[in-house]
Design a protein around this ligand. Structure first.
Ligand code: IMP
Length: 432
């Protein structure tokens, strides 16, 4: 059975955690392929809330295996803390969580460098988890991978080499001796803790695919934070789009046969950078409060805007989406009218896709269409027909405009607050 990718269609925080958790009932392997503990996936089930940053949300279901692929950057300390948190809450982790030996290691000085850059006045609003500096080392070919971390002598000599390259910048924050001490603090303990989880996960997934196991590929960030197709330079340092799953998990493109894009019924973003449909004032505050729009990882208030179709069209194109999951429809209840950006106007031209130029991304003017809103509590809706007429009209029109089916609609945080419009698709994956 092939792989199904679940990707963020906007700037992250679309509710991928819930959708992945929902779909992981029909998956044998849930795989993260990029990013690190910058991600924040909130999953609510059995009245319990879990905030996951590094470990795939499939860990919350007893049967699925979970893979942290080679495309990630992994802080051994963050890995330890998250495993311990899950175990403390009764989740069985050992034997079901597999960490790629090819993933790169985030060390304490990557976090220092991230903070330093952010304070320099040229920051982009990162999560300050050391993600960018660690990927920089990877691309500069001075990175340290999990396989190196597991070999004390190799690790020691690579850290020494790496710190030499970084010294000029690092000594502005702390003496090199103190930085080295931080790197080796609890090293042996962490190394021994990590070792049983580590393996070549590309081989593991190849074997799984040969045995016709079902893979669910989980992106950590949204498409507009993609290093190549996002709002560069206000992006993360990896590729959350579907293509990133091949390089970041070590599977062939031909294995991916379905791509679900997850989008809110409106738009949010955290961090700096262009956001054409951004709203200020009462409507933004209302949505932020009702939708609890604060970052899972950093607690920052999220910026709020209307649904943006040129942005979504771009995400659909670069991901090869086969359907959409529309989340947080319930948050829009009580807003009249609801607006949707159907195109941009720029220098006298009408644009139907997100422009590449950073200047144009700031200059575009959204063209809006208005919808009558809907009222009342829709969080109890379980079928499409349970939704108010104007909520249905909103979804049907989005489908028409985007030329893509909305197969899942989410009306609340819990697993059961989900409307499945494509029952066949789910049956094919044994999800009910
Ligand atoms: P970094 O990934 O920490 O380097 O941050 C780069 C950009 O991606 C910043 O704008 C962050 O706010 C954003 N970002 C990273 N992870 C997430 C996430 O999980 N949700 C939303 N935004 C994120």
């Amino acid at each position: 059975m092939p792989a199904l990718a679940v990707v963020g269609a906007q700037w992250g925080d679309e509710g991928k955690g819930k959708i992945v958790h929902y779909l992981s009932r029909g998956a044998d392997f849930v795989v993260r392929y990029q990013g690190g503990n910058n991600a924040g996936h909130t999953v609510v089930f059995d009245d319990k809330t879990f905030a996951l940053h590094l470990i795939p949300s499939g860990i919350l279901l007893p049967l699925a295996h979970n893979v942290i692929g080679n495309g990630l950057v992994v802080s051994p300390r963050a890995f330890y803390d998250e495993v311990k948190m899950l175990e403390k809450r009764g989740v069985k982790v050992r034997g079901r969580l597999h960490l790629s030996t090819g993933a790169h290691v985030i060390l304490p000085y990557h976090i220092l460098l991230d903070a330093l850059r952010e304070q320099s006045g040229r920051g982009i609003g990162t999560t300050k988890k050391g993600i960018g500096p660690c990927y920089e080392d990877k691309v500069a070919r001075i990175g340290i991978r999990i396989c190196d971390f597991l070999e004390p002598n190799t690790f020691k000599s690579l850290v020494a080499q790496n710190l030499k390259v970084r010294a000029a910048e690092l000594v502005r924050i702390k003496p090199l001796a103190a930085i080295t001490k931080d790197v080796f603090k609890n090293y042996d303990r962490l190394r021994r803790f990590l070792a049983p989880f580590c393996r070549d996960t590309s081989i593991l997934l190849e074997q799984a695919l040969k045995r016709r196991k079902r893979l669910l590929l989980e992106s950590a960030q949204g498409s507009m934070l993609d290093l190549d197709f996002g709002t560069y330079p206000f992006v993360t340092s990896s590729n959350p789009i579907t293509g990133g799953a091949c390089t970041g998990a070590g599977i062939a493109p031909s294995a991916v046969t379905g791509v679900i894009g997850v989008s809110k019924a409106y738009t949010t973003r955290v961090g700096l950078g262009p956001f054409p449909t951004e709203l200020e004032g009462n409507t933004a505050s209302y949505i932020r409060n009702v939708g609890k729009e604060y970052g899972t990882t950093t607690g920052r208030p999220r910026r709020i805007g209307w649904l943006d179709l040129p942005q979504l069209r771009t995400a659909i194109r670069v991901n090869g989406m086969t359907s959409l999951a529309l989340t947080k429809l319930d948050t829009l209840s009580g807003i009249h009218p609801i607006k949707v950006c159907t195109a941009y106007r720029h220098k006298g031209k009408r644009l139907s896709d997100f422009p590449v130029s950073r200047r144009a991304q700031l200059e575009v003017e959204p063209v809006y269409e208005s919808f009558p809103g809907f009222s009342g509590d829709i969080s109890g809706a379980r079928r499409f027909s349970d939704l108010p007429l104007s909520a249905r009209a909103y979804i049907l029109q989005i489908e028409r405009w985007l030329g893509l089916p909305v197969s899942i609609v989410s009306v609340g945080q819990s697993r059961d607050q989900t409307i499945i419009r494509d029952k066949k698709f789910l049956q094919a994956r044994n999800i009910n």
